[in-house]
Design a protein around this ligand. Structure first.
Ligand code: MG
Length: 400
């Protein structure tokens, strides 16, 4: 874990930390904008990035006073460039512009809220250029954990998780030394189908899978929560972020989503972090660390939670979780294959072209067959990602 460093500003420069928000129109981006709006004395939004939603991006930039915006999609970006006037934020577009936003000299903090493996390049750029990275894009660690961690170390960057479980682990780990940690316990809500059996899930619709009981999130991660694939990805995320072997990571189902994760130390003490299920909390923690930023809301009231329960995950009904442990143990390109297959299969499910139970079945098959490389470079990871997307699409055709 890198030591805290106080950001210092040269004389005459705005003392506030410059912030880039990648994925500014998504759910984590929205939570980040809420926090930035409340923390104007400490942070200065410099550039907001979105994939395609020009209207929402422009509205967000006006709301927080960001002078620059980036649209990742070059066609949509070019169309918007024609429409903006001299009083609008400065617009850049295309993949290069996304990378430039992540490594811009006036950016100190990158809130990385892009969804999917598409966020990897920007995470690596931010890591190499020594930013504080509030990392909500767990896929960067799932796909390229060792590369990202090394890039951050070499670039002098700090990786802080914006994932409620990992933010909880990060906080709980402060209670002891790394060599005093026995195991990490990730909590899972269990999603909308907790308690169901496979025969109950044969005809699940996208709308049913998108109805998460405790968290409001984007569509892919919500479906991933229903299959438990999200927890599978989080096992891999924790493995690389905290450098803990998968054998020392466990998952427990905790439907109330109040205990966000736990760390067991060698003396038997278990330190848990609790709080309301609200993404603004992990955002606040990542932006403020090593300080705590004061928040007016939401507040925790123990009386609202008379019963907090824990149960083992049902790996029979939700076999995706096992794939996460398998990919975490194998390392190499396994995370890239798992993630790309899942992104593709979930998109097919959301389009009504794949049955719910077939998501994990197809992903397991593609993971098992993928051309494994033990020590991949970025080109190997990209190749496996592309291969897995094609193979998953073919496998979806075959089963539908
Ligand atoms: Mg999470």
């Amino acid at each position: 874990m890198p030591e805290p460093t106080a950001p210092t500003a040269p004389r005459g420069r705005d003392p506030r930390q410059g912030v880039a928000v990648l994925g500014a129109t998504g759910s984590v981006g929205g939570a980040a904008l809420d926090v930035l709006e409340q923390e104007r004395a400490r942070f200065r939004p410099v550039v907001l990035v979105a994939a395609t939603q020009g209207d929402a991006l422009l509205a967000a930039a006006r709301r927080v006073g960001a002078p620059r915006i980036v649209l990742a999609d070059p066609v949509v970006g070019a169309a918007w460039a024609e429409r903006l006037g001299p009083d609008d934020p400065e617009l850049a577009f295309g993949p290069e512009a996304v990378r430039a936003a992540a490594e811009a000299p006036d950016v100190d903090v990158v809130v990385q809220g892009i969804t999917g493996a598409a966020g990897l390049e920007a995470s690596l750029a931010a890591a190499r250029s020594g930013k504080r990275i509030a990392l909500a894009n767990k896929e960067s660690l799932v796909v390229a954990g060792p590369l990202l961690v090394r890039a951050a170390r070499e670039g002098g960057a700090t990786l802080l998780p914006v994932d409620s479980e990992h933010a909880a682990l990060h906080q709980a780990l402060r209670a002891g030394r790394p060599d005093e940690v026995r195991r990490l316990v990730l909590t899972a809500s269990g999603g909308p189908f907790r308690g169901k059996k496979r025969e109950d899930l044969l005809h699940v619709t996208p709308a049913e899978a998108l109805a998460h009981p405790t968290w409001t999130m984007g569509p892919r991660i919500t479906v991933d929560s229903a299959t438990l694939m999200n927890k599978a990805l989080e096992v891999i995320e924790a493995r690389w972020l905290f450098d803990v072997e998968p054998e020392r990571i466990e998952v427990v189902v905790h439907p109330q989503s109040i205990v966000h994760s736990l760390v067991e130390f060698v003396d038997g003490s278990v330190v848990a972090q609790m709080g309301p299920p609200d993404m603004r909390l992990p955002v606040r923690y990542a932006l403020g660390w090593p300080d705590r930023l004061e928040a007016a809301a939401p507040r925790f009231d123990a009386a609202d939670y008379a019963r907090l329960t824990f149960e083992p995950p049902d790996t029979e009904t939700f076999p995706a979780l096992g794939l996460g442990f398998e990919a975490a143990r194998r390392g190499g390109t396994a995370g890239a294959a798992l993630n790309a297959a899942d992104e593709t299969a979930v998109a097919r499910f959301l389009a009504g072209e794949l049955a719910f139970l077939d998501i994990t079945r197809v992903v397991a098959d593609v993971l098992a067959r993928h051309p494994f490389v033990a020590e991949p470079d970025l080109a190997d990871l990209r190749a496996v990602d592309a291969w897995a997307r094609t193979e998953t699409a073919l496998a979806c055709e075959a089963v539908s």
